[in-house]
Design a protein around this ligand. Structure first.
Ligand code: FE2
Length: 322
């Protein structure tokens, strides 16, 4: 039964109670409230390879085994995320990938990537098979680890944008929330002429920090994604200015800070202000993803399947459709 506004106004409270049972009211209220919420998924460290990949290039048995499983794992994760149906019939509307989209560069020749089908094309096709837009951020393996090969950051940026339509760092505004993909490979620790040992630490560079501050200054409910866990990101870069104090300054607006890189589930809780979670990778475990519910009216985010991670390991229990 549907009432227009005039009909509704003409009805007294008692009549309304008579027409609509308590149950119907509850159901209508539930649908109205839940319709405003939306769901998004998080994945990390997909490490996709191709036929140019040389087997046995990694360190240790586990790394050498899992690198050959990355396509199968991501395909499985994708099928689960695509099939998620929330109790109110909603599906996942966005997925965010926190870096290491593909695994290293098979060639230092830019044209090679347009004459051959490579791991970047494989990754782009896998991401295109999600039922919702996938927004990819940057990991260390999306850059070249060996400075002597001549693959510059500019080379990577140009190629990544050509294949994944994404800038080195960017913001997505969606239904009142701001999703920030930060890039911890643009500061001094990753300078091409710098000491390669410094690369174990991330840094953003002043230009990106200024951009991030402007994004946070808008005080929208914000989610921050950065590949390196904050534990290994330089706290400050220009005097007392840096990512750590910035995140603290705006902690009331940040719902969660999510990283990858360690391929393990680590909970830093509020060590850096807002909740900081390091998530497992699809490379090591196809069950490693996160399902989040966002409430635009409250500006809050809830981690729906937060009981699945096996903390301090690569693994999570399978997602079960409720
Ligand atoms: Fe990784």
């Amino acid at each position: 039964m549907k009432l227009d506004r005039r009909q509704f106004a003409n009805l007294g409270a008692a009549s309304v109670a008579g027409l609509l049972s308590q149950k119907l009211w509850a159901e209508q209220t539930r649908v109205a409230a839940s319709a405003e919420n939306f769901y998004f998924a998080m994945i990390a460290d997909t490490h996709i390879i191709d036929t140019f990949y040389v087997k046995g290039s990694e360190n240790g048995v586990e790394d050498n085994t899992t690198i050959l499983q990355t396509t199968d794992h991501l395909t499985f994760t994708r099928s689960v995320i695509n099939a998620i149906k929330l109790p109110n019939g909603q599906t996942v509307e966005r997925t965010f990938l926190v870096g290491d989209v593909f695994h290293n560069y098979p060639s230092p020749d830019y044209d090679f990537y347009f004459k051959n089908r490579t791991r970047l094309d494989n990754a782009a096709d896998l991401l295109a098979g999600f039922n919702m837009p996938v927004h990819a951020g940057w990991g260390n393996h999306d850059y070249e680890g060996n400075p002597t090969r001549g693959i510059t950051r500019e080379f990577s940026h140009r190629l990544f944008e050509a294949k994944f339509k994404a800038k080195p760092y960017y913001a997505i505004d969606y239904k009142g929330f701001r999703f920030l993909h930060l890039n911890n490979f643009l500061g001094s620790t990753w300078d091409e002429k710098g000491d390669p040992r410094a690369r174990q630490y991330g840094s953003l560079g002043e230009e990106q920090l200024n951009w991030a501050e402007a994004q946070l200054h808008d005080r929208k409910p914000t989610l921050v994604f950065v590949h390196y866990p904050l534990w290994v990101v330089r706290p400050t870069e220009v005097q007392d200015y840096g990512l750590h104090p910035l995140l603290r300054k705006y902690q009331d607006n940040i719902q969660i800070i999510i990283s990858g890189h360690w391929h393990k589930w680590i909970d830093f809780a509020h060590t850096y202000g807002a909740q900081h979670t390091v998530m497992g990778s699809t490379r090591y475990d196809q069950n490693s993803f996160m399902l989040m519910q966002a409430d635009p009216r409250k500006g809050t985010v809830r981690w729906v399947d937060s009981t699945r991670p096996l903390w301090s390991t690569h693994y999570a229990t399978p997602y079960k459709q409720s």
